[in-house]
Design a protein around this ligand. Sequence first.
Ligand SMILES: [Cu+2]
Length: 154
Amino acid sequence: MKFFKKPQLIFTLLISAVLSLSTPLVNAQSVQIKDAFARATNPGQSVGGGYLTIDNPNDTADKLIGVTFAKASSVQIHEMKMEGDRMMMRDIGSLSIPAKSKVELKPGGYHLMLMGLKEPLNDGDVISISLQFEKAGKVDVKMPVKALPQSHMH
Ligand SMILES: [Cu+2]
């Protein structure tokens, strides 16, 4: 019977190794991304807008702390709002996603600003961007590019 001991032990060790590796994945906070799209750019335009809805189903708040897009030199998180009679836009650096709530990034509100585009965003393209959350970590998002009427600020 001694012959069986060792393989059994190895098997048990393997199983527990797999379980301990997968446990953090099961417990990790995750967020859901919906309705992602980017605005098609006009000829000569090197800045683009990205929009999406972030759904945080968890009991704790999360925060969008960074965004990357390979075909842009940087991506900023912008807030757009009326200041007096003027629509103003500013880089807010990060965006809090409260527990059990959704935050919409949409034209006229919060949005992603794709800075220094290396190529145009054409209607019908699908771009891949990466979102970095404080707790949920890296989330990759596919964004279909759509031609939309230009907003006055972009
Ligand atoms: Cu902007």
